[in-house]
Design a protein around this ligand. Structure first.
Ligand code: HEM
Length: 223
């Protein structure tokens, strides 16, 4: 039997719809250079500083969104990343870390879009929430391990706390429950299509950031 759109769980639809973009993000020049050891810890600090703007936007409206019938069930204190990012940035950038995190144009645009969704379109906010937090709970763990080794950062300590979810002991189980929440998203089919589009947009915004970071941290290649 072939699956129709109706029988495919929404979480699977999202994953399928963004699979190519996910592969593109994973294989982006910046990620490849960063995790391949071609870049220094300054590039990691710069990237972490950009994430601060993204997570400030994601977490700034948490109290209001927590009460929202669509977005509320996704907003969980154990996911919150801003405090961890600030600890990491202080470790990587020193006491004046705030001076080193001015947003790139792509970051400013990404954060503005999240803010807009948070204020005006809770289901669109869910798309951004999914794209970041479920990614952090998955591939984020690959990034953490590599960063610890490459730049001798304390294991699961300052510098990589963003990737450590102390209050989520079983990420696989957490992700399973999260996907059920996506499957049960209380919106109609048309709105689901719009959410899918916003997930794609979220990936596009991440890719734009990687492109700008690659331009800021060029690597000379042989040949
Ligand atoms: C080097 C970079 C990356 C690596 C190595 C990586 C790796 C992974 C891995 C191994 C998974 C688990 C797949 C599964 O559960 O079957 C995953 C899932 C995910 N990643 Fe990434 N990823 C990277 C970058 C990104 C980026 C930049 C984003 C978007 C901001 C992202 C978003 C996601 C999402 C949303 C999921 C959950 C998919 C789902 O189960 O619905 N990833 N990633």
């Amino acid at each position: 039997m072939t699956d129709t759109l109706e029988t495919v769980p929404f979480s699977t639809q999202i994953r399928t719809a963004t699979a190519q973009q996910h592969a593109d993000a994973e294989n982006s020049t910046f990620m490849g250079d960063l995790l391949g050891g071609a870049l220094g810890v300054d590039a990691f600090y710069r990237y972490t500083g950009q994430l601060w703007h993204v997570y400030r936007a994601l977490e700034a409206h948490g109290d209001i969104l927590a009460a929202d019938p669509v977005a509320g069930r996704f907003v969980r204190p154990e996911l919150a990343r801003l405090a961890a990012l600030e600890t990491d940035l202080a470790h990587l950038g020193g006491p004046d870390w705030r001076d080193g995190i001015d947003p790139l144009p792509s970051t400013a645009g990404y954060a503005a879009r999240i803010e807009e969704c948070a204020r005006t379109w809770p289901a669109g906010y869910v798309a951004h929430h999914y794209t970041r937090y479920l990614g952090d709970l998955s591939g984020g763990q690959v990034i953490r391990g590599t960063a610890e080794k490459l730049w001798q950062l304390p294991k699961r300590g300052d510098g990589v706390r963003f990737y450590v979810f102390d209050h989520i002991p079983n990420p696989a189980a957490f992700k399973r429950k999260y996907r059920v929440l996506l499957d049960e998203l209380p919106v109609d089919d048309l709105e689901r299509q719009r959410v899918l589009g916003e997930c794609r947009n979220a990936f596009t915004l991440n890719t734009a950031l990687f492109r700008e970071l690659a331009a800021e941290f060029p690597v000379r290649r042989e040949g």
